[in-house]
Design a binder for this molecule. Structure first.
Ligand code: AMP
Ligand code: MG
Length: 355
């Protein structure tokens, strides 16, 4: 098959705290010229283009193989850029940004007419955030433009948390890759809509719902997963199949520790080429089984940073199955559970407690 978009990819290693000037200036110029730059943020790597240039935005969709009904998030360096994108911004937006920007919170606002329609998938709203990463902020400032950037992976693949993941998915489809090391949070931003009624979380992410509720007590979150191209959704693009490795992912859910681990082990025993992703404390449970184990670290924050790379790692280790336990839905657990559910395409085994 002919590649839809090919180019020579130039790769730069940059200091994540104090990025070197030359690569940043070159990357900023590339954005201004309508090119594509992959860059680190504190959530995941982004695939960036000039948000106000329709043709540049179109390149993002082509490079990722992303469907046109899945809108992009726009990244800005500070609040002064907001009026270039959004109109009738409610006072609540400024209160939220005061507390969470820069950070992993994306706000959905009414868009300014000059924002290209392909960026917002034809909607009259736009999603905006200020990333908390020196490389991302330096790039936006060097470009002097807001930067549209979805995650820098091929559509439906696990999001990239290292520059190597970006190379694996997008080499030859992006002009520049800025390597600023592994990302700190490892999960995408929380998306909060401030248009059309009560504030609504459209996607859980790096900022926990509990933290948002301190400022927005009436916010709602209704998990919704789309299986077709349901354009009536308030959050187009929240497809059930997403973040998918090549292996088949199965999620085990249940309160009873012993029963859940017994179910996971029984499945592993009955199948070949099984991979398991689990917190470090549970790795030992698989010592006597022929399974490929990826540790997610000591706690849920560590698990967030390792989740996507563990999915990719088990793929490269030849796993046909990837088993994981659904985490608690508190704090970052809500976002981890959401990503796991979508990696599993909804394939969940509910484990009954033992009597
Ligand atoms: P990502 O690919 O991780 O950057 O995710 C972008 C996601 O943001 C999309 O899949 C949508 O779910 C969401 N999004 C972006 N723009 C809007 C918008 N205007 N309204 C609602 N959701 C949006
Ligand atoms: Mg994505």
């Amino acid at each position: 098959m002919r590649e839809p978009y090919t180019t020579t990819t130039v790769y730069f290693q940059v200091d994540p705290q104090v990025p070197e000037r030359r690569p940043i200036e070159l990357a900023g110029e590339t954005i201004r010229d309508g090119g594509l730059v992959a860059f680190p943020t504190e959530t995941v790597y982004g695939l960036g283009a000039n948000a106000l240039d329709k043709a540049a935005v179109e390149k993002i969709f082509r490079a990722k193989g992303r469907p046109a009904n899945d809108p992009l998030i726009v990244h800005i360096a500070d609040l002064s850029h907001l009026p270039r994108l959004a109109v009738s911004v409610p006072e609540l937006a400024y209160r939220l940004l005061d507390r969470f920007a820069p950070g992993a919170l994306t706000l959905v606002l009414n868009k300014r007419e000059t924002v290209p329609a392909n960026l917002t998938a034809g909607m009259d709203t736009v999603a905006v955030r200020i990333p908390d990463h020196a490389v991302a902020l330096a790039l936006i400032n060097a470009a002097g433009r807001p930067i549209a950037a979805p995650s820098a992976n091929k559509f439906s693949r696990p999001s990239p948390t290292t520059a190597q993941h970006v190379v694996d998915d997008l080499e030859g489809r992006v002009d520049i890759i800025l390597d600023g090391g592994p990302t700190a949070i490892g999960l995408e931003s929380t998306i909060l809509s401030l248009v059309g009624g009560a504030p609504q979380v459209l996607r859980p992410g790096g900022v926990a719902l509990e933290e948002l509720r301190a400022i927005v007590p009436d916010l709602t979150y209704q998990p919704r997963y789309l299986t077709g191209d349901d354009t009536a959704s308030p959050s187009p693009g929240s497809m059930l199949k997403h973040y998918s490795p090549r292996a088949t992912v199965i999620l085990f859910r249940g309160e009873d520790d012993v029963a859940v681990w017994a179910a996971i082990k029984a499945f592993a025993d009955d199948h070949d080429h099984v991979g398991v992703m689990t917190l470090e404390k549970d790795v030992r449970r698989f010592a006597d089984l022929d399974v490929k184990v990826e540790s997610l670290g000591a706690d849920l924050d560590a698990a967030a940073t390792r989740l996507f790379s563990a999915l990719r790692a088990l793929d490269s280790r030849g796993a046909k199955w990837i088993l994981a336990r659904a985490p608690d839905t508190t704090g970052v657990g809500l976002a981890i559970g959401d990503r796991l559910l979508r990696a599993a395409e909804g394939d969940v085994i509910d484990v009954k407690p033992r009597r």
